[in-house]
Design a protein around this ligand. Structure first.
Ligand code: WT7
Length: 688
């Protein structure tokens, strides 16, 4: 019999049977060498002296490096026989073949084995001051009950489960329960509309099941998540079951398809005091033995053309990369409280709220609220209350908080903070300096981390190997272990010198990279490997300084980044297109959001409509079909759009117009009718 200590969970760890899995807990022999103190996983590598040499070796002899790290960092039930089998020219990426393991065992059982009372999750609920803690023992129990529940309803290894939930312990347990029984998960950000949810469910014909909550609560506002699921279900006939958990006490209409995930254990005067995942489920759930390259999850992200793509990440390589980057980029140490405020609906939530921290046995924070609810001191109040050691957030929030002033930060004790992280978009110098000087009291390094849904984990960051290394504000700086970035010129040649800019590519595979696009390997090849054959193309541009440091300069394609949310301009154009004759969407610089959405539209002929009415209608359509954040900030009505003689819209010109950079309009000689540009410029000036 095991009981949790000092936790405020509503889930009672009743009879957690300590049937841990000794066979999984085998860690191969560790010998010591001089890098061992810094990176014990590299201890088996002969003849490496110092961090620089280790970083060098991680690229020059990446197989030895990753083999040593994988053996040390993960618990395998069967060791791998082949470190890697990759061919970037064909988009073939395989790591650790022959190896068998279970991701949930790596994230839970092995820590329960050594310290069951350690807190795994702190759920910073929307209601300030009502946080709840869950130990590793409790999280394992929740995961096992859920795993059994899913199994009992027919979910098998290889199936895929959609999770449409806000960031909360049940969402984490659902992800881990899928991993436990060998099903893939597809987490859809709970801010996405019914249409966007339905599209992501339909894309994979094997998606049978959905897990959701009755209502979401964020920033004091209730969102009707179950109702959104009901709407989405109208166009998803393959979905057989919907599991519904209760985030609020308000009942929702349940249909024959819906199954309550929890049951009420104690209730007084209509108030639910305690609920538990269906108690009939056993707290022991035999983990599926998975192959390294079996699918762990799909995650949809926007591209420059067409529909969002379901990137596929697999078991061992992804977990290893998330764990290793979590440990070294943030200088995480055992016992630290790691506070990544991202939503689990994005890759940042997957890698640095769930998998990386849990694989490392960390205490990870689940942030359900917003930076300004109930006031702009929310983050720092949380840092004080939860004693957060590493804080990882987005520049858009930092810019917003900066505007509210230092007093909201200074009110709270931030002495526990050791590292501050930034992710998702470039961080401008003003925000970087405020973050460093005010939030971190000038004491904490700010790590600006560059990566993508495709890369699985952080690829470029200031201090991957040296906690004392120099950091230049606003620069992502140095490649992580095993990462080999190159810059390409427009001819597709590698730029070898420093102080130069080009297209950012990766010359070598690494274990965390995505393996394919669900149901569309050809699109995977075309998007990432065909532009620069033999290299992985990131879609971003970068500058490499004289010292060899990297700075990300932004997307090279038609993807924009609104408050750290990636969106293809083509997706927005597709939504507005039925209501207008033609449209072109571009990003423009926005002081808080990083980029905002600016739409040019040409009205259908003969249609008599007030521009204000149509603007409202178009905004509504985008919110409904995609999400609120994608809704245009500006809609400019135009008689025509500037086009080349072959009829292509000249987006480059539109981008310059919205940035009011008329000097930079560039070569207009291919323009079909120069007067179109003048009209666009005048229309833009009127709108401002
Ligand atoms: C795109 C990836 C990384 C996880 C969250 C977003 C941009 C990301 C940075 C950074 C400049 C950045 C890039 C990238 N981006 N981090 N530190 N500096 N730009 O993941 O939704 O897949 O978006 O976000 O343009 O390609 P994502």
């Amino acid at each position: 019999m095991w009981l949790p200590c000092g936790c405020t969970s509503k889930y009672v760890a009743s009879s957690f049977a300590r049937r841990t899995l000794a066979s999984y807990l085998h860690v191969s022999g560790r010998s010591r060498c001089n890098v061992a103190a810094f990176m014990p996983e590299a201890a088996g590598l002969e003849g490496v002296s110092g961090r620089a040499a280790l970083r060098e070796l991680s690229v020059s002899n990446s197989e030895s490096f990753w083999a040593a790290v994988a053996r040390h960092r993960l618990c395998w039930s069967t060791p791998f026989h082949t470190v890697q089998d990759c061919d970037l020219s064909r988009g073939k990426i395989k790591w650790f073949e022959g190896g068998k393991l279970n991701v949930s065992v790596n994230c839970l059982d092995r820590h329960v084995h050594t310290c069951p009372e350690r807190v795994a999750l702190i759920w910073e609920r929307d209601e300030r001051g009502s946080e709840m803690k869950y130990t590793y023992g409790e999280l394992l129990e929740m995961t096992c009950r859920l795993g059994n529940l899913l199994r009992r309803h027919g979910v098998k290894r290889g199936d895929c489960v959609t999770i449409y939930m806000p960031t909360c312990p049940l969402a984490v347990a659902s992800m881990l329960a899928c991993a436990r029984i060998g099903a893939a998960h597809n987490v859809v950000f709970a801010g996405f509309s019914a249409d966007a949810l339905a599209e992501r469910i339909r894309d994979g014909e094997m998606l049978l099941l959905i897990i959701t909550v009755n209502q979401g609560v964020r920033g004091g506002k209730v969102t009707e998540l179950k109702k959104t699921v009901d709407t989405a279900m109208q166009s998803c006939p393959t979905v057989k079951q919907v599991f519904v958990a209760m985030r609020t006490d308000n009942p929702v209409t349940m249909t024959a398809r819906d199954i309550a995930m929890e049951e009420v254990r104690e209730q007084k005067a209509n108030q639910i005091l305690e609920i538990q995942i269906q108690a009939v489920e056993d707290v022991v759930c035999e983990p599926a033995v998975m192959n390294s390259e079996d699918v762990l999850f799909l995650l949809y992200t926007s591209g420059s053309t067409g529909k969002p793509k379901g990137l596929v990440h697999t078991q061992a390589g992804y977990l290893l990369y998330a764990a290793l980057t979590h440990r070294y980029v943030f200088s995480y140490h055992d016992g630290d409280v790691f506070g990544c405020v991202a939503d689990i609906g994005w890759i940042t939530g997957h890698s640095y709220v769930v998998y990386g921290p849990l694989a490392n046995g960390a205490t990870t924070v689940l942030f359900e609220s917003t930076p300004i609810y109930p006031d702009p001191g929310r983050y720092w109040d949380m840092v004080e209350r939860l004693k957060i050691n590493q804080f990882y957030g987005a520049p858009t929030a930092i810019r917003l908080l900066l505007k509210y002033g230092d007093q909201w930060v200074n009110k709270y004790d931030r002495s526990t903070l050791k590292t501050l992280g930034s992710v998702g978009e470039p961080i401008n110098t003003e925000a970087w300096e405020w973050y460093h000087r005010v939030v971190g009291d000038g004491r904490c390094p700010v790590v600006d981390t560059w990566w993508q849904t495709e890369t699985g984990g952080i690829c470029i960051a200031p201090r991957p190997s040296d906690p004392d290394a120099e950091i230049v504000p606003g620069m992502a700086m140095r490649p992580f272990f095993g990462i080999n970035p190159v810059l390409m010129d427009t001819e597709g040649e590698v730029l070898t010198s420093n102080n130069t800019s080009g297209a950012l590519c990766m010359a070598q595979p690494w274990p965390g990279m995505a393996r394919t696009i669900h149901n569309n390997h050809q699109r995977f090849i075309d998007t990432y490997f065909q532009p620069y054959p033999g290299y992985f193309f990131t879609g971003d541009g970068a500058y490499r300084s004289e010292e060899g440091y990297y700075q990300i300069t932004g997307r090279l394609d038609d993807v924009i980044n609104v408050s750290g949310h990636r969106i293809g301009t083509a997706e927005i154009e597709d939504v507005v297109c039925p209501a207008v004759a033609e449209s072109a969407v571009v990003g423009y610089t926005h002081s808080i959001k990083g980029q905002g959405v600016y739409a040019f539209v040409v009205l259908k002929k003969g249609i008599d409509v007030q521009e204000a009415d149509l603007s409202r209608q178009l905004n509504g359509m985008v919110s409904e079909k995609i999400a609120k954040y994608a809704s245009p900030d500006f809609i400019q009505f135009a008689k025509r759009l500037p086009k080349t003689r072959s009829g292509k819209i000249m987006r480059r010109v539109l981008r310059k117009v919205v940035e009011s950079d008329l000097e930079g309009l560039g070569d207009l000689s291919t323009l079909d009718d120069p007067a179109a540009v003048q009209e666009i410029i005048q229309g833009h000036e009127k709108l401002l």
